[in-house]
Design a protein around this ligand. Structure first.
Ligand SMILES: [Zn+2]
Length: 213
């Protein structure tokens, strides 16, 4: 009897510890999600974190409705708004992109005479859901890495990189519904000039070395 009580007590302590750690983890994720700080007056950073809480947002993406600030639909809307705000150029370097709304935003930007360039991966270019071929059909400049043995695994987006309104988005997030709702992902966006410059150099280097599709 005493042995059974000891086992029960140990199990209860273990459960409470796990629960406490999970709560602390969730609070930290909320804190990180809300994090937006200025290190200088005119330099900002913001983070997006896709967590297990976004697993219910698949329908929200499809129906274009929001379940709150941390909804995947809100994150996609934010990305779309920034793309829509471009005044001069959009340079997207992405392993996998399938979202029809991104196709729409890039096509509309191209129609507004914004210089739109996209770099993607060869294997993903063959993926049935990829929008890369549709981008090409719309007249958007597209380059695919020639190497079949390695991946073009970058995920970053430059907006107006040569103007005062420059910004860069980067992280683990592919522009797919799965990445926005099912995976654990991160993305940061910032107008930090040094970061924009470094990513811009990377984009130009890849653009020069990769072939036209
Ligand atoms: Zn949602």
């Amino acid at each position: 009897m005493i042995f059974r009580l000891a086992v029960l007590g140990a199990s209860l302590v273990s459960f409470l510890l796990t629960y406490y750690k999970q709560k602390k983890h969730e609070e930290k994720m909320v804190e990180l999600q809300q994090q937006q700080h200025k290190v200088e007056d005119d330099v900002w950073y913001k983070f997006i974190f896709i967590t297990n809480e976004n697993s219910g947002c698949t329908e929200h993406l499809r129906q274009e409705e929001s379940c709150g600030d941390k909804c995947s639909h809100n994150y996609l809307q934010t990305i779309r708004q920034h793309v829509r705000s471009a005044k001069a150029s959009i340079s997207l370097c992405i392993y996998h992109v399938t979202l029809a709304t991104i196709l729409q935003e890039l096509t509309e930007a191209h129609s507004r005479q914004i210089v739109v360039r996209v770099i993607s991966d060869r294997e993903m270019d063959y993926h049935h859901a990829s929008i890369t071929k549709k981008l090409k059909e719309k007249g958007i400049a597209l380059k695919i890495q020639p190497d079949t043995q390695t991946f073009m695994h970058h995920k970053f987006l430059l907006i107006d990189e040569n103007t005062d309104d420059k910004e860069v988005w980067f992280g683990s997030l592919n522009l797919t519904a799965q990445a926005l709702t099912t995976n654990c992902e991160n993305m940061m966006y910032t107008n930090n000039a040094s970061m924009v410059s470094d990513f811009s150099k990377c984009f130009e280097m890849l653009w020069e070395s990769f072939s036209d599709l």
